[in-house]
Design a protein around this ligand. Structure first.
Ligand code: ADP
Length: 164
């Protein structure tokens, strides 16, 4: 049977426990997961972490998952999916507010690449409220981000955000 490859795209600026949970759950559903740090040229300069830093943070907390790899891409996700022979795009859904935009993106991606299916995983109740921007805000205001980011990368995130 054909290998089932899924891609999980996002900004991951930085990766959170919410993202990691989606990566873990999807790694059980597919043969391979490629976590793709998407770089949006309109947003360059708005990210707190460089693409390389974001990729490295994801690598550090997914080292125990042998079918997960990390990549970056600038361009159309549908083209990336085609190039990687991906059968699915994984998205995490936190709340109704995520839905409209994600639904629109799923329809567009289906038009651009018929081979790819968007699969939505519902966020868990613990991570429902978590976003990268919330982590940045808490950290910049001196709050404790321990419950929200993977333990092995917490200090790196704090150091970087303090400097920023
Ligand atoms: P954000 O900056 O809002 O955290 P990203 O672009 O990095 O978002 O998110 C990538 C993907 O992960 C999206 O599909 C997003 O809906 C999903 N996601 C983000 N945070 C969570 C969370 N806490 N729980 C589940 N899915 C999430």
């Amino acid at each position: 049977m054909k290998e089932r490859i899924a891609i999980y795209p996002g900004s991951f600026d930085p990766v959170t426990e919410g993202h990691l949970e989606i990566i873990r759950r999807s790694s059980k559903l597919f043969d391979k997961i490629i976590v793709v740090v998407m770089t949006n040229y309109r947003k360059t300069g708005l990210y707190a972490f460089s693409v390389e830093e974001r990729m490295e943070l994801i690598r550090k907390c997914t080292g125990d998952l042998s079918n997960v790899s990390v990549d970056s891409y600038m361009g159309l996700l549908a083209d990336y999916a085609k190039a990687k022979n991906a059968t699915a795009i994984v998205k995490g859904l936190r709340a109704v507010s995520d839905f409209e935009d994600e639904f629109q993106q799923a329809l567009v991606n289906k038009k651009l690449n018929e081979e790819v299916e968007t699969v939505f995983l519902a966020a868990s109740s613990e991570h429902m409220f978590l976003s990268s921007s919330m982590i940045k805000q808490i950290c910049q205001l001196g709050g404790d981000i321990t419950p929200f980011v993977p333990g092995e990368i917490k200090n790196e995130i704090i150091e970087k955000l303090k400097k920023g």
